[in-house]
Structures are given as C-alpha cells and as structure tokens.
Design a protein around this ligand. Sequence first.
Ligand code: C5P
Length: 232
Amino acid sequence: MKQTPIIALDFATKEEVMTFLAKFDTPLFVKVGMELFYQTGPALLEEIKEQGHDIFLDLKLHDIPNTVGKTMEGLGRLNVDLVNVHAAGGSVMMQRAVEGLRRTNPDTKIIAVTQLTSTTEQQLHDEQQIDMSMEEAVCHYAKLAQDSGLDGVVCSPLEAAPITAHCGAEFLKVTPGVRPANAAVNDQKRVTTPEQAKALGSTHIVVGRPITQSDDPVASYQQITESWVGKW
Ligand code: C5P
C-alpha cells in the first residue's frame, strides 16, 4: 500500500474521475466512497487499478456479522488495497469481516471507523448514550478493532496520538480532515496540516477538495505530498 496522500475521488460520474486521473502521470492512492461506487459499480475500480493506482474502497460496512462477512468475501475479489467497516457493528461483526476478506484476498487491509468525525461529544452523550469522552470512546473502539484482527482505524488526526498510545505505531491511523496551511477548511471541523498529522501519528492522510477542486490539481497534490512525505 502506497504511503502517498489518499485522494478522495468525491465525483458523481466515471467521466469526471477519468478526466481528473488523466492529469496525473504518477500512480496515486485514491479513495472511492459510496457516492461513486453505488452509481458506477465495481467496473470503475478495475479501470482505476489498470492505471496503476491503489484504492481505498470506503463503504463503511455495518450490518449483522454474517452479511458483513459474506460481503467482505465479495469485496476481496475486487483486489482493492483498503476497505472498512463501522466498529459500532461489534467485535463479532469485525471478526467475520476479516475472515470473509481473507477467504478471497490475503493482502487487502481492513480498518474500522470509530466515531464519525461529524459526531459531536454532545451527540455521543445525548443520542448514543455513551457516558465517556470522545477520546475514550474512540480509543475503546480502536482497541476493539485491533483485538478483532483489524489493521487500523479511520480517525481525526487529533485522535491519532492517543490511539497510538493504546494500539501502537504500526496500527493504521487513516485521517481525513487535512488541509494545507493556506487552503479553505470547507465543512471539516477539526483540521490539521499534513505536517501536523504526521507529527501526531497519522499513517495515511485523506485529502479531497484541496486537490480535486484546485485550479491546478497536480501542483496542489505535489505540494501536499511534499509536506507529508518530507517529514516521514
Ligand atoms: O474534501 P475533503 O478533504 O474534506 O474530503 C475528505 C474525505 O474524507 C471525504 O470523502 C469524506 O467523506 C471523508 N471522510 C471524512 N471524515 C471522516 C470519514 C471520511 O472527511 N470521519
């Protein structure tokens, strides 16, 4: 799995994706989320792979263990590099997810969403009725994911340090909410620069709009890559 910034391909159509990818002459690590996957299906993944890019298929599975296990068995055949589930589905669901994936693919990494970064501490208490701090809740789910055999979590860069303390440096911390110092924050609430994400222990960063909506996506990608890899 490449360690370059993961570009979130938040486009609605295959044409937009292909136009965007054609601007680059180096292999990338891209994220395909549910918006794109549900509209274009697995065929698009194959085309992206054929161009030499790594893929994080961000479908955030959350269902009963049997369904998630069988679905992961199918996703394993797509030969993507990284997939994910919601830790809230529980340890048995996560174990079945790993077992299902391994039946068809020995290499694809699997990580868990702990708490969505759009969830506030207030919602955690009032709606989910979880009576602990966000950091404690996130670290609890990270440990549960690790004990269930997963390779890491999706989290805010601001949560990467406590997760490293609980789960070790090797445990993947894939972090969206990253912005270069001079870029628009958009709707992200808790952001860091690539350098800060690295210092806090992120193992991979996910960046969307600062690259996809840039006037010069290649230059923006190179700038973000330099500030990320430079501190590696
Ligand atoms: O454009 P931007 O850099 O904000 O894109 C971040 C990407 O990461 C989006 O695809 C978003 O859905 C995803 N993401 C996130 N926060 C999470 C999980 C995923 O921003 N907690």
